[in-house]
Design a protein around this ligand. Sequence first.
Ligand code: PMP
Length: 371
Amino acid sequence: MTSTASQKTTKRAHNFNAGPAVMPQPVLEQVQSELLDYGGRGMSVMEMSHRSKEFEDILNRAESDLRTLLDLPDTYSVLFLQGGAHLQFSMLPMNLLPASASADYILTGAWSQVAIREAEKVGRVRIAASTSGSNFDHVPAQADLPLDPNAAYLHFTSNETIHGVEFPIEPQPPAGVPLVCDASSDILSRPIDATKYGLIYAGAQKNLGPAGVTLVIVRNDLLERVPQKLPVMLDYKLMAQNHSLYNTPPTFAIYIVGLVLRWLIGIGGLTEIARRNGAKAKLVYDRIDSSGGFYRGHARPDSRSRMNVTFRLPGEDLEKQFVKQSEAEGFIGLKGHRSVGGLRASLYNALPLESVEALAQFMAEFQRRNG
Ligand code: PMP
């Protein structure tokens, strides 16, 4: 691939990285064009005060674009924090899990496992359902969720980045139990009804922008639960009251997230990105399904991730060859996570269809040569 206009010689990889991941090219081009002089100010956004009018506008616009995309009402706060999704694994129970209560977690893969392990260090956790018995190849159906009606919240991981399973629709908590979601790897990939959620968190480095900023969307009534005297950087209420500006936020990362949100709105919002993501995922899954068993998808069809397609080949040697040959042909990031092996193609929002078409073609040729 080559980019347009000023950078005709720039060669872009087919980037299937799981995160940090491919960015929308128009966003990178805009960052480049504004790097030395943002809006005639004679400086880069990274050189500006976080208390400046310019940065305040950037932050406000990012928040309002996010609200537009998700149709998010004023009863929710939007926070731009640091520490990645990992910090949210701890910060969430520190804020919303009182000592008198227990929280329900749905265990569907490597990331919900870490979320549980971290929450257990803070408070009482109950694993409401687990798919570990089938090596995390699906998400449980609502009927298979014996949920605690008194839980402080119900936590789920909408997309398991490592195992490649995704909830087709969010689980329904018992009445009055807030639904909490780690949406790090499928946020803004399709329309959702945000009002079903008490809290959503996501590291930025897959669908939102660069690493270094973490998005938290929280329903305001839950902020009343925040205990007194939490360390300031771990206090949702304080961060909300200060509009993510209690201390110096990751200004440059927030600016880029803002550009990504603008790009998403510009291409037609979540309905259009969902259409594109569906078409991309279908190309790869169709190739797997029509391979006569040469490629074997890890996830059950009803739980397949549209963001991370995980699959195996008939042997580890072939898998190694697949990775090596794909790299030689310009594909990056197809090796599966070290904890599960195999292959993984991450198809985030910004990945162009052409990269996926090229992958599907490579898969067909690789099978023809080795099948
Ligand atoms: N949750 C999910 C679903 C993830 O994919 C990741 C990162 N791959 C994390 C949490 C951890 O994110 P971070 O590295 O930002 O802490």
